[in-house]
Design a protein. Sequence first.
Length: 499
Amino acid sequence: MALNFDQALEKYEPTLGLEVHVELNTHSKMFCGCATEFGAEPNTQTCPVCLGLPGALPAVNGKAIESTILIGLALNCSIAPYSRFARKNYFYPDMPKNFQTSQYDEPICINGYLDVEIDTEEGKKTFRVEIERVHMEEDTGKSLHVGGSTGRIHGAEYSLLDYNRAGIPLVEIVTKMIPGTDKYAPQVARAYVTELRDILRSLGVSDVKMEQGSLRCDANVSLSPRGSGILGTRSETKNVNSLRSVERAIFGEIERQATRLESGERIIQETRHFLEESGLTRAGRSKEQAEDYRYFPEPDLVPVTPSAEWVEELRATLPEKPSTRRKRLQEAWAVPDKEMTSLINAELLDVVEETVNLGADPSKARSWWLGEISRLANEKDVSATSLVTASQVAEIIALISSGELTDKLARQVVEGVVNGEGTPREVIDARGLKVVSDDSALMAAIESAIAAQPDTAERVRGGNIPAAGALIGAVMKATGGQADAAKVRELLLKHLGQA
């Protein structure tokens, strides 16, 4: 019998472990001078070193070491005064050297933690995720399986190899086991990867684009019978590449494992692949027998020995923690929790802050980015920040505040900017968008509206103020929406003896 999530949690306790791989945004690879630009023609960013040709000698990328130390410090890790690289030997088509240069028993960062906050039925709750290690290595190449329906090797007619990615600096961040998450396990995992991504972005060490593979998560899940204290057999869902998928993969694995256990089947220790369309996972390769990677120290690279003085210099450059910044901005802007969540989920917090720093009112900046601009972005299926800039939005808000634009006219200006018609000022001039504020012009439109709707005007004269809405609407229509509605209302009510 298949168990759903709630039924699974009645009988079993989940334990998590997360491994996140992060491609650093250095200009060159980890051990050679090849470029790291994403999307280049296949196999154009390679050299004898990253292809593992005989006689080619590697050299460590100093910027990558600096970035890794910054990551470790931001995650409250201890920085090892001595660490070294090792060769991890295994055969795989996208490993041109047949070994990966990585760190094994002597990583550069150890014993850290990251606190994450989630909403629970009992209110907000903080979970501490302990970090076991942060170590440096190089990424592999990329296999492209052609001819199948899934893009995977099973069923493919042939495979192509692109070694541009081979050798790109990669940092692996490995947590310790995360017990005690219970029914919130999927949420905790998502919150952890989200917070980690925000930290990496704030450090400027990676573009953290999960859709491009520069941040990937391996999710380990095991179940234990409630109260048994026995750690169950784990599965490892590989290369999950979106925040939503991290949550769904763990949710699905808890259900799958619980169903197998309830049916008397055992859990196989294996890698699994997440299927985006169904939310399920599919078996990969078995890990029931320990693989012998034959690690040994990399003979062509010297140990990494950062001085304590350098580490402290780097510590002094750490930016404000994203969680601290979010709380500070929420308090400063008086943002309700729900709206703040919307800003964060839409990834608009940075651009709203930039808009506010340019002089815009915080509430108006949030309203424009979450409202009209996000609506246009959804229609075009692009990000809101790709349509307009913070400076353009700040300029439009300033024009509204000065009375030069109404909200309705401002929406036309945004539309023009998005359509490539120029700057806000150029759109205003080209479209002839100007607020009608001349009293005589407005009074002429008001008198015409009264003449067209005498019964409505009489009701207003008799004290039915809400009826004025129809007359104001008529004036706005007559002026093409270019009148100041507040001023129209003021003049209208005064003219009808209600001011």
